[in-house]
Design a protein around this ligand. Sequence first.
Ligand code: COA
Length: 198
Amino acid sequence: MQMIIIIIIKSTTPGVTFSGSTLSGAIQMLEPGLDCGLAVTSNGHGAHCYNCRRSEPGKSVNDFQQRVELSTTRVTKLVFPHDTNHIRTLYGGTAMQWMDEVGFLVATRFSRQKVVTVSIDRVDFKVPIPEGSIVELVGKVIRVGNTSMTTRVQIFRENMFAGGQQLAVSAEMVFVAVGEDNKPTPLSVHQTTPAEQS
Ligand SMILES: CC(C)(COP(=O)(O)OP(=O)(O)OC[C@H]1O[C@@H](n2cnc3c(N)ncnc32)[C@H](O)[C@@H]1OP(=O)(O)O)[C@@H](O)C(=O)NCCC(=O)NCCS
């Protein structure tokens, strides 16, 4: 009888990615923060999501992890006077437009399908961003559903001369893959290729 061992590791250190190589290749974890905690079973025949409890026979966690890495998007901008409000800090509406665009790019790169925004969850404006700041927007997929993807988009502010980065704005945005009829359609990332099926 074949025994399958599943180990889940949670990291408390942001930005740290676990590697299966330190555990004899038995497990691999997606980046911490990816709520859809896909972990591969020890026989390497499939991935299983502890969040939505879906199994992906024929898929390795690497397929998802690689897509997450390749779709992570960074956009750097300068805050011009026309981007600001009456107190000469970045206008919230402008920030949200930039974030929606980055989230859209992330979801499109991840899925390579037509996507639309279905939800923008709670936007936190933590610190003001003065005119003349450099800002970096960073977006990545943190959860994968059947037809939807949740992205986390953050804006970091950077003083032009002092450098350094500080998290200024953060939001989670959900995008849905749609077909020709603009109705939800399953993400193609869930489909196995003919080579994988054989
Ligand atoms: C996006 C749209 C196609 C979804 O259609 P729908 O019939 O409501 O979708 P469903 O109820 O079948 O849900 C589809 C997916 O979206 C998710 N979803 C739907 N509403 C959501 C919400 N408010 N927040 C988060 N996720 C949501 C569902 O959980 C589901 O995810 P899953 O398949 O991964 O489990 C439709 O609502 C729409 O066209 N909205 C307008 C989009 C738009 O104009 N965006 C702005 C311009 S891009």
